[in-house]
Design a protein around this ligand. Structure first.
Ligand SMILES: Nc1c(NC[C@H](O)[C@H](O)[C@H](O)CO)[nH]c(=O)[nH]c1=O
Ligand SMILES: CC(=O)[C@@H](O)COP(=O)(O)O
Length: 285
């Protein structure tokens, strides 16, 4: 299993199989990829086996087991991976393959270079500097709780489903996930803190949807939810992931719960796995 990658630009991914700890790159640029696709013999294998990358903001690819639920995002445009044509790979040197994705709604194709031997070093990296990052691989065995607000359930349920789906795709077992429903986003922090302190979980995903109404109630609930989740993490020492939408209207919320802006629950799940991994492998007391 190789964990690799950086985006040189938002249209280029360079994948270096020997960079097991992507010290050169920020975690938000991380891409996890199965070793057997670093030398992609056929595009189908690559398409089905390539694991995911995520970032809160910009470019990421999800091409895991099930294309239809996978997403690709570039320059802020999120696409279903089913709208991608995966073009034949091309060997560019004895160790490199150029893999070309052609998202239909992007002007330029997206290129991925998979390199199996050469190591690229950041000019700023020295042997003395250790850079620690969590991985999306090896999520099996991690335990997660999802605290989900019932308020605006039409939004929060698909967010929760997105989170569950992604956790399962990353090999988290159903029996290692507990879902706790609370009345509204205001209540999430308290419950997340309690769950975090229980010592049973590697990370807590907090899911809610605060949608602006006529009064200032929105600001109170949204800010309380954010500071509640933050406090829960700080007080429990367990990563508490902020998957609470704060939206101007229901359209914005639905777009982020499996609509055209993706699924923030799924993104929260990836963040949870990365943070669980960071804590487990690098930040244990
Ligand atoms: N308006 C929204 C709420 N309001 C409910 C509060 O979260 C809370 O349950 C109540 O004030 C009792 O303490 N909750 C949301 O999640 N989203 C909203 O838009
Ligand atoms: C975000 C909310 O709290 C919302 O439901 C409140 O709506 P309103 O401000 O119209 O009372």
């Amino acid at each position: 299993m190789f964990t690799v990658a950086f985006f040189t630009t938002h249209d280029h991914l360079d994948i270096h199989s020997d960079v097991c700890t992507p010290r050169d790159f920020t975690t938000h640029d991380q891409l996890d990829i199965d070793s057997d696709v670093c030398t992609p013999r056929d595009s189908t294998a690559f398409k089905t086996k390539m694991a995911a990358t995520t970032t809160a903001s910009s470019t990421f690819i999800h091409l895991l087991h099930d294309d239809t639920s996978s997403l690709l995002s570039s320059r802020g445009t999120r696409l279903r991976s089913s709208s991608l044509a995966l073009l034949p790979t091309r060997r560019t040197s004895s160790t490199s393959h150029l893999i070309q994705f052609s998202p239909k709604c992007l002007a330029n194709p997206l290129f991925v270079t998979a390199t199996t031997a050469e190591k690229k070093k950041s000019p700023f990296q020295t042997e003395a500097v250790r850079q620690l990052t969590g991985f999306l691989t090896k999520a099996e065995g991690f335990r997660f709780a999802i605290v989900v607000a019932r308020f605006n359930e039409i939004v929060t349920r698909p967010l929760m489903d997105g989170a569950l789906d992604t956790l399962k795709k990353y090999s988290v077992k159903e029996e290692d996930i507990d879902v706790v429903w609370v009345p509204g986003s205001f209540e999430i922090g308290l419950v997340a803190e309690k769950l975090g302190k229980s010592g049973k979980y590697h990370a807590i995903l907090c899911i809610g949807a605060v949608v602006r109404g006529d009064t200032t109630h929105y600001d109170a609930v949204a800010n309380s939810a954010a500071s509640g989740v933050l406090s829960a993490g700080l007080n429990s020492g367990v990563p508490c992931i902020f998957g609470v939408l704060t939206c101007e209207d229901m359209d914005q919320a639905l777009n982020r719960a499996g609509g055209k802006a993706g699924n923030k629950g799924s993104e929260a799940a990836l963040t949870a796995i990365e943070m669980a991994s960071l804590f487990e492998h690098h930040l244990k007391d």
